[in-house]
Structures are given as structure tokens and as C-alpha cells.
Design a protein around this ligand. Structure first.
Ligand code: SF4
Length: 359
């Protein structure tokens, strides 16, 4: 398996260099703004395999395992190396978690709840830009720094380069020999590597692993997060290859480069005009067109919807989305997981049966 430093290692290294770290919950936030303050955002997607007795006293059992785990992780010291905690309001469960942290749990780190717009209108961009201005003031009070517009713009350009590197990695999927799991381990370093390190790492991977990916039936995965990541090994073992994704933690955040001189508007525009995402209020038509475009580009034979149990935003779109795909001749399967459970035989069997139909 490819050697990749983990979050803890990157976090410690960054702090040893005098930087600070923000633990950021899913899904969308302005990396470049943190960067301008010398703060490394490290994303928290669970992690899987937590003991949720630590979160059960605060959260209802029907809240998704992602949110349960983030709280359990925090309460068991998992976020101790972070100086700040950021909770974007991607869904009701995350909004609840944000309020819980601010009003009841009160971790030692200051918490910033980041509100998100639900559309792509100019007003949505302005609303998000205004949230970023508040975040700027908050970080400014806590760090004593006030990055200039030029410094903000430098950070934006660097993060845009990193997003371009991520897009290139996806475009070259059929020209890198990485296993399915290793490919996604590389993609997911965008969640915690500093942008410069991410760019050079991706370039190195593209260079060193130039070749054909493993053979397999091409499929696209959609959902929030590919956890437990063993599912990617299983898909490959069962004769499939993931040629693209619509995961909230991966492909839905390949943001385009912005334009314009106002750094806050530019940061907001990039996110608001990213790939369609149900948690940002994008219409099902847009998501469908986006998935069909991916199918055409990658030659995918089918779609695996891999969702987190109790994830309402994903479940809202799912029946309609699957019906539209079926009408367009694209078969799909839906698998629901709790990220605390080991990968079940039932899940493996369902995916295996689906892949057999596609062969
Ligand atoms: S898994 Fe779904 S419900 Fe849970 S935090 Fe993510 S978007 Fe919200």
C-alpha cells in the first residue's frame, strides 16, 4: 500500500513549524482563508470506528453516525491538537452539532458555526462572502493577525492550484496504476495536506504511478464518504473499478478557479459554483446532468450509491435520482452503512451481485 502520512503526523509537523490547526467538520468551507492566517484546516469525517457511548448522551440515536462519531472523537480527545473548531451547517445534523458545541458541550477550543447558502444566485455568493468576512474577524481576534487583500489573494491562488491538481488527478484516473483504495487515499489527502504539499504529492504520484489502473467493470460511486475504506478493496476484488465519484468528501469539492479582485467574493463564488451538491441546495436536475456527464466521460457502466444511514439530504434525492438514471439506461444499487460497523457480508454481496449484472 502507498505510504501516506496521516492527519496526526501532518498536524504535529505543522504545529512544530509554528502554525495553528483548525478541525473542520464537513462539507464546504474556505481553505484559503485559514491559510492566510497561518492555520491548517484538517477535516474531520467521522472518523469511523468510534465508541458512540461518548456521544449518545447528547444526540438522538437517529442522528447519522458521522455526527455521532465527530462528537465522540472530540469527547475522547481526538481533536486535542486543534486550536479551533469549525462547523459548517451542511445539514440539520451538523447544524445541531454546531449548536450543541457552542451551548452545551463547550470544548476548550473556540467554535465557529459557518452558515451556508442554498443556491447559486449572486445573493448566495454575497451571503457566503459575508459569512467569510465574519470568519475573518473571528480568526483575526483569536490570532491577532489581519491578512491584507494581497495576502488573501495569494492564498486563494495557491488553493486554486491545489484544486486544479485534484481535477488533473481525476482526469488521469485511467493513466495511473494505483489500486482503487490507494487512488482515494491520495484524493483524500486534500482533506488535510497543506496545499503546496498536496500539489507536489499529486504530481509525484502521477509521475511514479503512470500506467494502467487495475482492470474492472467501471462504476461511479456517490454518497458522503467511502468509509470504511475496505469497501474500495472489495469493489476491486469483486471485479470493479471506481472511475469517478460524487462523494461529498471528494469529487463534489473539485472547485473551479474564481476570478475578480474581491477575495471574499472570489472564495464564495468558487464554492457556490462547485459540482452540484444536495447539501448546497442544488436541484436534482443539475445533479443528474452532472452524473450523466461523468458517466459519458468515464464510460461507467453503473452507479453505486453508498450512503450513511440516517443521512437525510442524500436520501431525499435518491429515489428520483435512481429513477432518472434507470430511464437513461444506467443501472444503480443503493447500499447504506453505519461508519462504525465493519464492512458487512451483506454489503459485499449486494455490490458483488450488482457488478455481476454489469459484466
Ligand atoms: S452524513 Fe449526511 S446527515 Fe450526516 S453529517 Fe453528513 S450530510 Fe449530514
Amino acid at each position: 500500500m502507498l505510504e501516506i502520512p496521516g492527519r496526526k503526523e501532518i498536524c504535529n509537523k505543522f504545529r512544530e513549524g509554528g502554525g495553528r490547526v483548525a478541525a473542520v467538520m464537513p462539507i464546504h468551507y474556505p481553505r484559503e482563508l485559514f491559510r492566510a492566517f497561518g492555520v491548517l484546516p484538517i477535516e474531520v469525517w467521522g472518523p469511523p470506528g468510534m465508541d458512540i457511548s461518548h456521544s449518545a448522551a447528547h444526540l438522538q440515536p437517529y442522528v447519522c453516525s458521522m455526527v455521532h462519531n465527530m462528537l465522540a472523537f472530540l469527547k475522547t480527545g481526538g481533536l486535542d491538537c486543534a486550536d479551533f473548531i469549525i462547523v459548517p451547517h451542511a445539514c440539520d445534523s451538523l447544524q445541531g452539532l454546531g449548536s450543541l458545541l457552542v451551548d452545551f458541550v463547550r470544548p476548550p477550543q473556540p467554535v465557529f458555526p459557518l452558515y451556508m447558502p442554498r443556491g447559486r444566485r449572486p445573493e448566495d455568493v454575497e451571503f457566503f462572502a459575508q459569512e467569510f468576512r465574519k470568519l475573518y474577524d473571528w480568526l483575526s481576534n483569536l490570532t491577532g493577525r489581519r491578512p491584507s487583500d494581497e495576502q488573501l489573494m495569494e492564498s486563494i491562488l495557491m488553493e486554486e492550484r491545489a484544486d486544479k491538481a485534484l481535477a488533473k488527478l481525476y482526469d488521469l484516473r485511467t493513466e495511473v496504476s494505483l489500486s482503487v483504495r490507494d487512488f482515494y487515499r491520495v484524493v483524500r489527502t486534500r482533506q488535510y495536506f497543506p496545499a503546496e504539499e498536496f500539489v507536489s504529492f499529486v504530481e509525484r504520484v502521477i509521475d511514479e504511478y503512470s500506467g494502467n489502473p487495475p482492470d474492472g467493470v467501471p462504476v461511479i460511486m456517490s454518497g458522503i464518504v467511502p468509509e470504511p475504506m475496505e469497501v474500495l478493496d472489495e469493489i476491486q476484488n469483486l471485479g470493479g473499478i471506481v472511475v469517478g465519484d460524487d462523494f461529498a468528501c471528494c469529487g463534489r469539492r473539485v472547485y473551479p478557479a474564481g476570478s475578480g479582485e474581491d477575495p471574499f467574493i472570489r472564495m464564495a463564488w468558487r464554492i457556490v459554483h462547485g459540482p452540484p451538491d444536495v447539501t448546497r441546495g442544488d436541484l436534482i436536475e443539475e445533479r443528474f446532468e452532472h452524473l450523466m456527464d461523468k458517466v459519458k466521460k468515464t464510460g461507467a457502466a453503473g452507479m453505486i450509491f453508498y450512503t450513511v444511514k440516517f443521512c437525510e439530504p442524500e436520501l431525499f434525492d435518491l429515489p428520483d435520482m435512481r429513477r432518472r438514471l434507470k430511464e437513461a439506461g444506467i443501472p444503480s444499487v443503493h447500499v447504506e452503512v453505519d461508519i462504525n460497523d465493519p464492512l458487512s457480508h451483506q454489503t459485499i454481496t449486494r455490490i458483488g451481485a450488482f457488478l455481476e449484472v454489469l459484466i
